[in-house]
Each structure stands twice: as structure tokens, then as C-alpha cells.
Design a binder for this molecule. Structure first.
Ligand code: AVJ
Length: 325
């Protein structure tokens, strides 16, 4: 019967895909936790784009305003003929802002785990900048030390990491990332966007929007697990729960089981009690000084930091001293 065949195909996918393995581990461990990278299937990426437009979500528009205002200064600090390496490439809108003002940029390398979106975005970029050497690298940018980056450019190698994506890393993971990035970018530097500690009420609003888009983004993880892994999550059976933990300076996002329920994956059954949580995301916030201190401890020299007038968001130019590797 086709239904049986489908089930076995899906069960197989649960074991062989990274998402399947991580979801099995998440359901089996206590507390339950899974990486936020699984939010971003096609539907999740669309929901994230909608989050960026929300009145409560200050992050995207504030960062763009800082870039627009100071991009000339940033380009001057970077210098001519740079090779720009973007960690995790979204729309490449911010990369375009930078490429438009850099002096004779030599190359652009975009690194992302999702190849489909990446290749399309890079083709568009190449069309707009015919003289630029554009390269798409499908890889896990959270491990810069493993990146297959070969060619050297006459100018500096510059990492580009906007959007406060670094906020998804724990302090330990952020340290590892920055240490590896400093090595990779020696002789050049890193231009990075970092969200700031602020009034918890503003943070709460940004992650609990009234239109419910962030809730849908969070729950989309379950939709994806049902489709790709053959899970049986009742989507309405889990509540979006996001809150700020001042002692850890981070937003946590959870999905809370509204009732007792059983989730099956791979022929295994996992019981959820009412109130039981799946921890789906951390969004770490920094102070400007705290982030500069972290970067310094990881081998960077913080050369410049820019903020909006309300101190909501920051962008940093961190140099990595020494000869290029
Ligand atoms: C893409 C990780 C920066 O933490 O603000 C937005 C993701 N999660 N709303 C963030 C997100 C919920 C976002 N980052």
C-alpha cells in the first residue's frame, strides 16, 4: 500500500537527515532543545521576512538605518580590492549596500547551509556586479575553520555577518566562532551586526508581536517536522512562549505543550505533559562594551562601533591583526 511505503520512506528520512537526527535527540532528551537553524525552510524563510517588517521587530530596520548612515565610513576602514565573505546569506540586500560603496571590491563569497536560495541570490548578485568574482559556498558557516576558502585577493579578506545572527550562538559558541573567524580573516577583519541589551518590554514586544507572525515562525518548526519527518505534532497543541532572561541577557523561545500528548517519530513514541517545553531559540543580547571585550578576547581589535540614536542595535568593525593566512 502506498501509505505504508510513504511511512517507511519518511522513517528512513528521519534517521538519515540531520534534521531527523536532531529532532530525535530533542524529543529524547530533557529539557527538549533543538537548533534554530531548522526554522528556515521555504515557509520559515518567508515568515522570517515578515518578522523583519513587523512594527515591533526593530532589529532589521534599525540595522539597515545604521548601515545607510555609516556605510561610507565602513568602506573607508575596509579599503580597496577587498574580498567580502558573508556568513549566512539571506537576501544580500545589506551586502549590496556595502558592495555599492567599497572601492573596487575584488570578490564576494556567500556561505549558507541552504544551497537553493544561496545559488539564486548569488546569480542575481553576479548580474548586478559583472566585474565581481561571486562565489556560493554551501557549508555550515558556524564552523569557519572548516570552510573551503581558497583564492586570495589583492585586498583584505573581510567577513560580513549582519542581522545579529551571532545572537543565536551561546557565549561559548560565539567565542569559538569569533576565534575561528579571527584566524580566517587575519590581515583583514569582520563587519558584524549585534543586537543590544535594552528595556525588556521592547524585547518582549519584538518576540511576541500582536499579529502572531513570530508564533507562526516558531510553530513552523513543527509543521516542517510533520512534513519532512512524518511527525504527528498537533500544531495548535503547542503555544509560542518567548521571554527575556536578564541574568543571561537573552531571549528564549519555546514551544509549550498545551495538553498531554504523544509525538511519534521513527516508530518511537514521546510523551509530552501539559506545560512541557521544547526550547527552539536563544537570541543573545550584548552591550557595546561587552561585545568589544568578547571580540578582543577572541583575537580581534575592535576599531569602530556604530549604533542608532536609541542604542537599540550595534555594528562593529573588528580588525584581525597579522599577515593574511
Ligand atoms: C535572525 C537570529 C537575529 O534572534 O532576532 C526573530 C531570529 N527569532 N524573531 C533574532 C528571530 C524570532 C533573529 N535572528
Amino acid at each position: 500500500m502506498p501509505a505504508v511505503l510513504d511511512q517507511s520512506t519518511i522513517a528512513c528520512a528521519a534517521e538519515t537527515s540531520e534534521f531527523g537526527r536532531d529532532m530525535l535527540a530533542c524529543l529524547g532528551e530533557n529539557p527538549h532543545a533543538i537548533s534554530p537553524k531548522y526554522f528556515y525552510d521555504a515557509q520559515g524563510s518567508k515568515l522570517f521576512d515578515r518578522i523583519c517588517e513587523l512594527p515591533e521587530y526593530y532589529v532589521t530596520r534599525t540595522e539597515l538605518a545604521i548601515f545607510r548612515r555609516h556605510i561610507g565610513e565602513m568602506a573607508a576602514l575596509i579599503g580597496p580590492e577587498a574580498e567580502v565573505i558573508e556568513f549566512g546569506a539571506g537576501s544580500l540586500l545589506k551586502a549590496r549596500l556595502l558592495l555599492d560603496v567599497l572601492e573596487a571590491p575584488h570578490g564576494f563569497v556567500a556561505i549558507d547551509i541552504s544551497g537553493e536560495h544561496l545559488n539564486a541570490a548569488c546569480r542575481d548578485l553576479q548580474r548586478s556586479y559583472p566585474a565581481l568574482a561571486v562565489e556560493a559556498v554551501v557549508a555550515d558557516f558556524t564552523h569557519p575553520e572548516t570552510l573551503p576558502l581558497g583564492h586570495s585577493s589583492p585586498g583584505r579578506r573581510v567577513g560580513f555577518f549582519p542581522g545579529s545572527t551571532i545572537g543565536n550562538f551561546s557565549p561559548v559558541q560565539a567565542t569559538r566562532f569569533l576565534v575561528a573567524a579571527a584566524r580566517l580573516l587575519r590581515g583583514g577583519g569582520l563587519l558584524i551586526g549585534v543586537d543590544l541589551v535594552k528595556d525588556p518590554a521592547l524585547l518582549h514586544a519584538a518576540y511576541n508581536d500582536t499579529a502572531g507572525v513570530t508564533a507562526a515562525f516558531n510553530r513552523n518548526l513543527l509543521v516542517r517536522a510533520n512534513r519532512e519527518l512524518g511527525c504527528n505534532f498537533a500544531i495548535d497543541g503547542f503555544r509560542h512562549y518567548a521571554f527575556y532572561r536578564p541574568e543571561l541577557q537573552r531571549i528564549e523561545m519555546h514551544l509549550i505543550s498545551a495538553a498531554a500528548q504523544q509525538i511519534s517519530l521513527d516508530g518511537r513514541c514521546f510523551r509530552f505533559a501539559p506545560g512541557e517545553s521544547i526550547h527552539t531559540e536563544n537570541s543573545q543580547k550584548y552591550t557595546v562594551d561587552g561585545f568589544r571585550a568578547l571580540a578582543t578576547a577572541c583575537g580581534f581589535l575592535p576599531r569602530a562601533s556604530w549604533c542608532d540614536e536609541h542604542g537599540l542595535f550595534s555594528i562593529h568593525w573588528l580588525e584581525s591583526p597579522g599577515p593574511a593566512p
